[in-house]
Design a protein around this ligand. Structure first.
Ligand code: E4P
Length: 218
């Protein structure tokens, strides 16, 4: 299972990368705005800064919602750095753009996926990744994990090689449930990744080992 971090915060990206378990990064326009990154050139520079930290796929989202605009922006993003994956919204114009990029061997991440039908369509268009938003489904009383399981079944039935990138992950149980189902990738905040390491018995056990060592080595 590949681990991506879902942020545009360079400090957090570096901290996750330093753990040695980071495979990639996802961003979106809201995450860029949260870091105060505005203006086309600053946004492109920020993607480059992320690519310099992480040697893996970095999703960069197009803003256009029409086919021609998505192609224009997507080609510019893809030319920026070999790590860039063009993130395209799950709309019909987006499906056409994914098909176009797929024929050109430009990697895509189809974002804002909330149903199995959308995931099927994106895979048929040749998306490299699809991003079902678990947390946002949970927010509206719909089981996001069940959607991941449904998409896994469909993709396995037809051997689609589109990777399921479980997104909008909010906590460590989301990550564990995604791993049980066989999501190919998960993207989440640094807090959820770090929380996987925590267990009170580990802390207690370590405390005891160190205390016993200290007793015997005065
Ligand atoms: C996916 O790529 C999105 O950036 C992200 O996971 C959205 O998460 P949120 O629902 O926490 O905003």
């Amino acid at each position: 299972m590949r681990f991506f971090i879902d942020t545009a915060n360079l400090k957090e990206i570096k901290e996750a990368n330093d753990l040695g378990i980071l495979d990639g990064v996802t961003t979106n326009p809201s995450l860029m705005a949260k870091e105060g990154i505005t203006g086309a050139q600053n946004i492109l520079n920020h993607y480059l800064a992320i690519c310099e930290i992480v040697d893996g796929p970095v999703s960069a989202e197009v803003i256009a919602t029409d086919f021609d605009g998505m192609i224009r922006e997507g080609e510019q993003l893809a030319a920026l750095h070999k790590n860039i994956v063009v993130k395209i919204p799950m709309i019909l114009e987006g499906i056409k753009a994914i098909k176009y990029f797929s024929a050109k061997n430009i990697r895509t991440n189809c974002t804002l996926v909330f149903s199995a039908g959308q995931a099927l369509l994106a895979a048929k268009a040749g998306a490299t990744y699809i991003s079902p938003f678990l947390g946002r489904l949970d927010d509206v009383s719909t089981d996001g994990i069940s959607l991941i399981a449904q998409i896994r079944l469909i993709y396995d039935n037809y051997a689609f090689d589109t990777a399921i990138l479980a997104a909008s992950v909010r906590h460590p149980m989301h990550i564990i449930n995604c791993a049980e189902i066989g999501a190919d990738v998960m993207t989440g905040p640094l807090s959820a990744i770090k929380a996987l390491a925590k267990h009170p018995l580990t802390d207690l056990g370590l405390q005891q080992f160190l205390a016993d060592y200290a007793k015997g080595n005065k």
